[in-house]
Design a binder for this molecule. Structure first.
Ligand code: PMP
Length: 554
């Protein structure tokens, strides 16, 4: 293998910017970084041949048209389509799937069936749900175990009413890469259209739509080092010829009369309006860039990082791995046994490590796996062993930091309750921390002062505007205001502890007189914390002021 990820990384100018020198970018399933050639091609298009395509015939328009049709041919080669006429430019995988859902379903009959899986991105679920509701169609799911589709049992949901099977060639939440050859075998002999959502697949493997044998294939350029706003829809020419268009407008017609129009032949029939021309130029550069790379070697490199990551994450206590290294396109997904995944994401962000926390637009899968959110690290060719080490070290650091927490007390808050004892939290201690990292750790440590309070975790106590759930209650005694807070997030608890240490037991006038936002800024929290975390502090502050104000100016 002669692939050097460091040399490859040098093609991507984002990593060379001073502010990104330490960046460990592990959010590639969301989008990849762009090589200089792609960025350059977009600028060059505007510099040298910006004109609208097809419509006019002057020199610039001809150049732009030639460029678009050249990239169409490159795209056909990229997916090994039989002809450029089989390649449709669209905004991305989402638009391509909506186009297919709209056009294919408009020809179906009530009661016809569509098969998808629980591992699909929302882009391959919601359009089918919409069309099923509109046309009275039936949605069926591939049998699954805890959300993980059992593609080997696909034939259990196929029957004579199945008209469409639309499945991801790789899951963006777990990386799971089904055996497309086996799926093809199970579909053989059925009168249906097979769609492969290749948004993740095309980023990691060389795709051959003819070898796969699918009818349609969709992908987004931004997942494979190309620009955003442009994607590809491959369709078998014989099928495209008979497929109705989904959007009307310029470019997609042969002739327009007052009450009806004649449509253009594919692919233009499906490209109404002006295409994102600069993005198409960027896509062309990305395809050239990929063609010049040893893609098999990049895949081997990614797979080797992936196994290492799985092996080492599995060895960490307190994490639950959801992905598995086999048949995986490059994703490690895990949940936390305790605590807030958002805290961990911010902890990693503090160390310049970009991962994603959330449902990854795959809610049915994440929910069936028994979680609401997961953390996801996703790989690309420019990731290095050092990136993996940085992530693992940061995870270990977080584990030992949060594992060292003494169990926080559980407060029942019955009757004339007392909140947490915050007397041991002098602000000076926070201010004394010299580096931002140390101050951040100190805020996290303060979070331990806030005990668990299951009784207040009720919708009416929820503070709106916090990224992680936070519950705040208030009571007044003898003209003084008392508060109690709970949250799953240590950082929210820490910020809450800072706030409450300044207001708990004070009168409304004293609370109002304090410049708490000023204190927050003075401690450097506003500057260093992410906007969502700062907003969480301000939301808590707002709620405190409201409680104190509502209770009168005692
Ligand atoms: N399908 C899959 C499997 C994806 O990963 C994504 C993007 N995360 C999409 C569809 C939608 O792609 P886009 O947002 O580029 O339209």
């Amino acid at each position: 293998m002669n692939f050097d990820p460091h040399a490859f990384k040098e093609c991507f100018p984002l990593f060379a910017q001073p502010e990104n020198r330490d960046l460990v970018y592990l959010d590639n399933a969301a989008t990849t970084q762009k090589p200089e050639v792609v960025i350059g091609a977009i600028g060059d298009f505007y510099r040298h041949c910006n004109a609208n395509t097809h419509r006019s015939s002057h020199r610039l328009a001809r150049r732009a048209t030639e460029m678009v049709e050249r990239v169409r041919r490159q795209s056909a080669a990229f997916l090994n389509a039989a002809s450029a006429r089989e390649m449709i430019f669209c905004r991305g995988a989402t638009e391509a799937l909506n186009l297919l859902a709209y056009s294919l379903c408009s020809e179906l009959r009530r009661g016809d069936e569509i098969v998808i899986s629980t591992a699909e991105h929302h882009a391959n679920i919601v359009p089918w749900q919409m069309m099923a509701q509109r046309h009275g169609l039936m949605l069926r799911y591939v049998p699954h175990v805890a959300g993980v589709p059992q593609f080997g049992r696909l034939d259990e949901v196929l029957n004579e009413r199945t008209r469409i099977v639309s499945l991801a060639g790789g899951s963006n939440a777990l990386g799971l890469r089904p055996d497309l050859a086996d799926i093809g075998r199970q579909l053989r002999g059925h009168n249906l259209r097979w769609i492969v959502d290749g948004a993740q697949l095309a980023a990691h493997e060389t795709v051959d739509v003819r070898a796969i044998g699918c009818d349609f294939f969709v992908c987004s350029a931004h997942k494979f080092y190309g620009p955003s706003g442009i994607g590809l829809l491959y369709g078998r020419e014989s099928l495209l010829r008979n497929l109705p268009p989904w959007q009307g407008g310029g470019e997609m017609i042969a002739r327009v009369d007052l009450y009806a129009s004649e449509y253009a032949a594919p692919p233009h029939r499906f490209e109404a309006g002006t295409s994102p021309l600069a993005a198409i130029a960027g896509l062309g550069a990305a395809l050239e860039f990929l063609t010049a790379c040893d893609r098999a070697a990049i895949a081997t490199h990614e797979q080797s990082l992936l196994s290492e990551l799985h092996r080492d994450v599995a060895a960490l206590a307190g994490l639950r791995l959801l992905s598995q290294p086999r048949d995986n396109l490059g994703i490690v997904a895990f949940a936390l046994e305790q605590g807030s995944p958002t805290d961990l994401m911010h902890w990693l962000d503090e160390k310049e490590i970009a991962v994603r926390v959330g449902h990854h637009c795959a809610q049915p899968l994440i929910r069936a796996a028994g979680e609401t959110v997961t953390l996801r690290a996703s790989l690309a060719g420019y990731n290095t062993r050092e990136d993996i080490e940085a992530l693992l070290n940061a995870l270990r650091d977080y584990q030992s930091f949060s594992g060292s927490a003494v169990d926080t007390p559980t407060l029942s808050l019955a009757g004339d309750w007392d909140g947490d004892d915050l007397s041991g939290l002098p602000v000076e201690q926070l201010a004394a921390q010299r580096s931002w990292q140390d101050r951040y750790r100190e805020v996290m440590r303060w979070g331990r002062a806030i005990g668990r309070k299951p009784a207040i975790r009720r919708p009416e106590n929820l503070v709106r505007g916090c990224e992680s759930d936070a519950w705040l209650v208030h009571r007044q005694r003898g003209g003084r205001h008392y508060f109690a807070l709970d949250s799953d997030s240590r950082i929210v608890k820490g910020l809450g502890a800072l706030l409450l240490s300044q207001v708990d037991g004070h009168s409304a006038a004293e609370i109002r007189a304090r410049d708490l936002a000023g204190l927050f800024a003075e401690l450097g929290l506003e500057k260093h914390l992410s906007e969502s975390r700062s907003n969480g502090f301000y939301a808590l502050l707002q709620q405190v002021l409201e409680y104190a104000g509502r209770a009168g100016s005692a």
